[in-house]
Design a binder for this molecule. Sequence first.
Ligand SMILES: N[C@@H](Cc1ccc(OP(=O)(O)O)cc1)C(=O)O
Length: 150
Amino acid sequence: MSKILFVCTGNTCRSPMAEALARALWQEAGIEAEFLSAGLAAWGESPASPEAQKVMAEKGLDLSEHRSRSLTAEMVAEADLVLTMTRGHRDLIIERWPQFAHKVHTLWYHARGEDRDVLDPFGGTVEEYRQVAGEIEELLKRILEQEKGV
Ligand SMILES: N[C@@H](Cc1ccc(OP(=O)(O)O)cc1)C(=O)O
């Protein structure tokens, strides 16, 4: 079973939403995979931001149990694929652990081959979070289609 790790900065907004959305999409498609998320600058064990929780709840997904975690070498080593929200995140991971460079990509690049970032909604409005969640969901659907060989 493949293991996909999503990485952002704080692990309270983008990567927890990506993790929850991916789990739901893959489950719906009947494809087994394991998902987790972490942050490069995660602070303690913080819950997902209230806006992220709200936007996920609108989609029937529960982020209330989420607690932020810092990315570790072990997490990267154990993942089959590491998808980052920005090129900066990708570059930092590769700088820290060059031996895993082959499996670290941005979400945008892996989904669409484009050098773009999923920008940080931290401090933004719920509508901004909704847009970011929509962007992440579209990119995940593209990856899922590729996995299904569509
Ligand atoms: N800006 C935050 C850190 C932070 C940054 C980004 C952020 O969003 P995400 O979880 O999507 O990286 C969350 C938290 C702070 O000052 O503590």
